[in-house]
Design a protein around this ligand. Sequence first.
Ligand code: SF4
Length: 234
Amino acid sequence: MLIATGLEDGGSNSKTGSMCQLYILRQDMNPLKASQIGADKAICGSCVHMGKVVTDEKTGLRKNVGRSCYVMLWRGPHVVFDAYQRGVYPEVTLAKARKLLAGKRVRAGAYGDPGAIPMAVWETILAKVHDVTGFTHMWRDKPELAAFCMASCDTEIGRVLAKALGFRTYRVRPEGAPKLAGEGHCPASKEMGKATQCAQCLLCGGHKSNAKADITIQVHGPGRNNFQPVLEAA
Ligand code: SF4
């Protein structure tokens, strides 16, 4: 399912600033539970940053180890799912969603991959937005997402492949690694002193943005220590 938050006030995300946040979630399961048992595949595809599901030897329960995704599940995704279960969000048609998002700055995927939602849905609901940012790890299979998403790349070779498929790229690089030709630093990053927020920058809207450059950022978020080991194991 797709849930929009911050329609009225743009929310309080410190990195993005005031933007309507679209969450892509399983309808049937809390995102924490889904991650624990690997059921987040439904909304994250085969992203290497989901972590690995193993069985705990002591408890016999399944658990996730090595998650390197920057999204903190217990914050936005868990809170939004909990509110959904309490019936906080009214269900609307796609036409109504398009109206509600018209003229807004929208982050298409505060959690979950835009590739988990049919392109026809995006085309309808984003038709009248003011600006959009989006990131996808499903760029290998869904090149049509280049229209409004950056390809999330974890390696230099990944960037080359994504560009060959028509994407602008957003590459996470290991700490201390240089940016490459054609890349600009994300100005909301720690290394750039958090100079601005997405709502003002808006470079990351794929081809919907006026920008041509690719973007890079140093590895960050709660899973940053797992980033390199995950890539090496992939
Ligand atoms: S480059 Fe701009 S739009 Fe992209 S993540 Fe950074 S601040 Fe946000």
